[in-house]
Design a protein around this ligand. Structure first.
Ligand code: TRP
Length: 435
């Protein structure tokens, strides 16, 4: 399943809270635009299992999942063109999580930023290191790796804070490939877009639920107007020139306006536009973009059964096409198999190895040390002379391994060559090749 022909781009959306303008400008809008790129197969999913780590109010989890699904659909994500699904509808992800858990280094998880921050906070508070920390928080990166690896995604667009998680996904995937001897997983890359704006909130700090300074994306027009009226400004009066630098209002405007509109607003600042007028212009500009989306959102959210059907359909098709067959392959890879069948899986490799010629060292009844060279079927090719010390026998093997001509086989260390010299040289060459 490795190396898909088109680039697979995968993004997980944590289903917590109500989407705000910062989420829209920083995540939804660019992702929907990217989903229309040709040559990519896009995967967008609601990371509802991840949300359980923090959100443990079932009604809120359900509500947030509905709102976020409706948001992405309203903003133009087309489930006929991209994979749009809910993490918990693809149970192969959780099964893969366990397979990855068994190769993931605990030490790597110990270093995860989110887990370390929680431990550091406990220490600062004089608590036990792991007080109040669930195993879910600790295992978060493994579940995330499974999200990505189950579909062999090539690229994962994320914010800087998530880069470490992608590196861990690579690490776990690579370990699995190594342990089970084949490139089952594509190693994903983080795609970080530094051009995406982080939006200021009402108080000028980054718009974030944790600061309580957000403007909900689909607030009603009245509510939106009221919130915008509350954006912090300085106390300059109408007619006084205003600074665009450091103006949250200006940055918000810029995130929605064209280059010409932005230039015009910059001029208006210089000309001393009153804050009330500037806020009205900002409201109108945002509303022009959001109002049609809000209408769609309201239609969608009024029919939760339709959204449910869209998500289930996406998940079901995706399982059928990729997750179920791939997980069957992975189960086989690790040895979770039908007992009645001899697998042609990784043992084929072992059988291959057995088919190679090999050296055998042993001690004989005369108490001296010997070696033999045997072919894949166990036929004797070369018999050594006796050595006083095993390391001398080892050294002679080292010399013999390098032999490329018949002359090099004519040494006192070798007592007997039992087959044509060319056969011995071919056997040695095959061993070098396989090493
Ligand atoms: N951890 C991501 C975030 O907080 C959400 C997420 C879960 C995710 N699984 C993912 C993102 C897989 C990308 C790929 O934003």
């Amino acid at each position: 399943m490795a190396t898909p022909a088109v680039t697979r781009v995968l993004t997980g959306i944590t289903t917590s809270g109500t989407p705000h303008l910062g989420n829209y400008v920083g995540a939804v809008r660019p992702a929907v635009a990217a989903s229309r790129n040709p040559g990519t197969e896009s995967f967008y999913f609601l990371a509802d299992l991840h949300s359980l780590i923090k959100a443990q109010d079932p009604a809120k989890t359900q509500r947030s999942t509905l709102e976020i699904a409706a948001t992405w659909l309203a903003c133009g994500l087309d489930p006929a063109k991209v994979w749009f699904y809910r993490q918990s509808d693809v149970p192969e992800t959780t099964e893969l999580t366990w397979l990855l858990t068994c190769v993931a280094g605990k030490g790597i998880l110990n270093r995860a930023h989110a887990y370390k921050a929680a431990v550091d906070k406990n220490r600062a508070d004089g608590e036990d290191d792991d007080a109040g920390i669930t195993a879910g928080l600790f295992m978060y990166p493994v579940l995330m790796a499974a999200d990505i690896l189950i579909f062999n995604a090539n690229q994962v667009p994320v914010g800087r804070d998530q880069i470490q998680h992608i590196e861990m996904a690579r690490d776990f995937g690579q370990r699995f490939n190594h342990v089970y001897g084949r490139d089952y997983f594509v190693l994903p890359e983080a795609l970080v877009d530094d051009n995406v704006a982080t939006l200021p909130g009402l108080d000028g700090r980054k718009m974030s639920k944790s600061y309580g300074n957000t403007i909900p994306l689909f607030a009603s027009r009245n509510e939106m107007k009221k919130l915008i009226a509350g954006i912090v400004t300085d106390s300059r009066a109408p007619g006084e020139a205003k600074d665009t630098e450091g103006s949250a209002l200006f940055q918000l405007y810029q995130a929605f306006a064209s280059a010409e509109e932005t230039a015009a607003m910059r001029q208006a600042y210089a000309d001393g536009i009153g804050w009330g007028d500037a806020k009205q212009k900002l409201f109108e500009r945002i509303d022009a973009e959001i109002a049609p989306l809000r209408d769609k959102y309201e239609t969608l959210i009024a029919k939760p059964a339709d959204i449910e059907a869209v998500l289930r359909d996406g998940g079901a098709r995706l399982r059928e096409k990729y997750a179920i067959p791939f997980l069957a392959e992975l189960r086989d890879a690790v040895g979770l198999r039908d007992l009645s069948k001899q697998s042609a899986g990784s043992e084929a490799k072992a059988a291959n190895k057995a088919a190679l010629p090999q050296f055998k060292q042993y001690r004989d009844s005369d108490d001296r040390f010997y070696f033999k060279l045997l072919d894949g079927e166990g036929k004797l090719l070369v018999q050594s002379a006796g050595f006083d010390l095993p390391k001398d026998a080892g050294r002679a093997i080292g010399v013999l391994k390098q032999a490329r001509t018949g002359d090099e086989l004519q040494t006192p260390e070798i007592q007997e060559v039992l087959v044509p010299v060319e056969d011995v040289l071919a056997a040695l060459a095959a061993m070098r090749e396989a090493a």
